[in-house]
Design a protein around this ligand. Sequence first.
Ligand code: TYM
Length: 346
Amino acid sequence: MVKSTCRSIFEASLNMTRVVSGIRPTGKLHLGNYFGAVKSFLKMQEEHECYFFIADIHSLTTHPTPSDLHSNVKQVLAEHLAMGVNPEKCALFVQSDVPAISELYTYMNMNAYIGELERSTSFKDKIRSQKDNINAGLLTYPVLMAVDILAHHADVVPVGKDQQQHLEMTRTFANRFNHMYQTDYFKEPQAYSNTGKLIKVPGLTAQGKMSKSSGDTDTLIFDEDEKVTRKKIMRAVTDNGPSEPGMPKSEGLQNLFDIMELVSDQSTIQYFDNLHQEATIRYGDLKKQLADDVVKFIEPIRAKISHFKQDTHALQKAARIGAEKANESASKTLKEVREIIGFKQF
Ligand code: TYM
């Protein structure tokens, strides 16, 4: 597949204009979502033409009930507003409010091959994790995601590291469409992070990335009681402690330091790192400090989430303005794609 991410990010940063990204409403947002994606949204919305959306069509692969679907969309929309995504500065919309996406998805599915879709890491993960529900939507998930991005001709897509392969597939589908129709209509979008490198925020149980589906004890959620957050951190997986100076950090401990990098002062991190080097560290102290810093970071956002969840007017207004902007852009793409494909009126 196409190009290395480092080069891509560098090249893209030289000349970026359109920005697209989405988050699935499959649970409350966590630190991974914030540092992997939303933090970049906040920076990008100041300077660029941005389209940020709640990927509710994608979330149908998990078969939510209608009432869960609606309340999850509301939750994630409120969370975007609480985190500072500003509907005046970007298009903040709900994916299913933009019908052109579904039609473009139909067309793009025709030039995505079963073999490449089956090889996608996210599909293989889902086959393992939801054995009883391996639906066609899971297989063609990368096509829908490509359409989300290509519908607005994105230059860059702020995402966490877990989405890197989907971006490669998006470029493959864009290039294949161009080749098939002898056009240069779609450009190649690049993954982006405000840190200059795509990131993966680890979970607390030393079992990979923090994720909405990886289980309650693993994930630091914004809209959660402070006591629960503290308890999760105090119970995080570590080890028996270094038995002599200079020992390497275990995976669980490294994860706690990685999370510290996101929310704590450099001097605090250095302090605990030194204690670890000297083999005098007490993990209880480290966890208490991390819990204080996480809570300090999360708390103001949590308060705003509660506020926005009650503010139906603000939610409706944001989604309506966002849908208008996104529909304008995606309908134009749909019209042009239909012409390129050869659909003509008699
Ligand atoms: P989703 O809903 O799983 O995650 C939303 C965003 O959060 C990032 N993220 C993380 N970043 C760092 N560390 C973590 N532990 C972590 N967990 C989640 C994800 O990388 C993502 O940026 N397929 C997408 C949704 C989507 C989309 C799109 C994204 C649909 N269409 C078009 C970009 C463009 C997804 O499932 O994200």
